[in-house]
Design a protein around this ligand. Sequence first.
Ligand code: FDA
Length: 497
Amino acid sequence: VVPSVASSDGFLQCLSAAMPKQLLYTQGSPSFTSVLASSIRNAKFSTPGTVRPLFIVTPTNASHVQAAVVCGRRHDVRVRVRSGGHDYEGLSYRSERREAFAVVDLANLRSVRVDREAATAWVDSGATLGELFYAISQASKQLAFPAGLCPTIGVGGHLSGGGFGMLLRKYGLAADNVLDATLVDANGELVDKQVMGPDVFWAIRGGGGGGSFGIVLSWKVKLVPVPPTVTLFTVLKSADEGAVRMLTRWQQVAPALPEDIFITVRLHKQVARFQSMYLGTCDALLPLMGSRFPELGVNRTHCKEMTWIQSVPYIYLGPTAAVEDILNRTTSSTPFSKATSDYVRQAIAEDVWAEIFARFAKPEDGLMIMDPYGAKMSSLPETATPFPHRGGVLYNIQYMNFWSAATDGSAQTRWLRDMYAFMEPHVSKNPRGAYVNYRDLDLGQNVVVGNVTSYQAGRVWGEKYYGGNFQRLAMTKAIADPTDYFRNEQSIPPFSE
Ligand code: FDA
């Protein structure tokens, strides 16, 4: 629905009375395009065909965010919230269908306050993971936070959808380590954990990936202990070097290892790349690998010892990157991309792995990233947070493909969809699981009936991301945002029995 000129004028007037004009951008503002592009991470959504916002609001304090919600509701302009802009489908700044909306971009709200004694931090949603990790390391070398690998990811979207990286098996998801939060709710009120109540506080820790319950401004997170030395290793195996057999074995070994070790695998161009972080020294790692996974052949020459904070740029930006590089909020390239995900609960047979390998032979073929679960992930019940993929999950698969402006991406997208279809018999079922932070609109999109999102239609994609927790999320939505103001292609629909 495109609102009348009157309602968008009214929205602008209402907001201008509540915040400095220079924090508001209309499509006619000279810097509108550069502000919009500032955190777009998928070039697919910065084309002339992209449905862009009418306005961008860049708040510098909580009252500006509250005003955006109050004015938006009063004048029928919906808001989408953007923290780091990494949403795979760009839902934080673009719409799939023609509609009028404003983006509330939280990039200016990004302070991090670490309490070393309490081992906690308050971090604003607009901070990047790199800024959070850096601030923690400045306060203490013994503390860390379990979250994703890419330093430019926004805290707001990441914690809203779960969030995981190399510390997953020891400490769980980023969302599992949230102690409190401040949220601007559907009435424009600023509430904390106590005022929002247990259901909304449960919902925003993993079920909010899509801004369904409000705009989270700040998160109080629990910091976790790390030893002075962590050890990384990378081992590459081609098909000729036994990669198929090794992957088959990895599925059983990696999810059952002690919690201090995480071995992820990336499959690309018929080479399996095993990359690991161990919370300890090489001396302690080698006997563990020797007894539990000797086939991989890890020896002292593979070990790279460093501090946890040094491991952050090393893993994501490469061996020559400096710790300060994780503070860089811009990235040098923004490719076109498409991704989706799966969960595996039963090890895949070796002959199937051979078939999977064959699907990585052509130049347009993508990549597959597999992250092992188990340990802490299995110890939490499925209902602990909205994220349901806990006990019994061996590993998560992410399928990805990239391309440049030189092609239209159809071959790359077809590869990904064919791969997803091929994998169906080998992955979780009823529902087939998926990870909301690897958002994929092919899994299903909301249908709006009578100006409210349909719960039944939402179950198609919602139960893949949230399993049995989807219904509780929808019931919470019905109480927290009964008019369905915070809405997008995969927002939680309201449901009451
Ligand atoms: P963005 O701002 O686009 O928001 C994502 C969604 O959350 C949107 O629907 C948005 O409206 C909503 N939202 C954002 N801020 C909000 C707020 N303050 N309150 C309420 N809702 C809000 N994941 C992972 O677990 N581990 C990893 O290692 C990686 N690695 C990775 C690398 C790269 C290059 C990309 C592009 C993505 C990942 N991800 C990932 C996925 C990432 O966790 C996911 O895209 C997050 O939602 C991104 O959060 P942003 O704030 O950056 O996104």
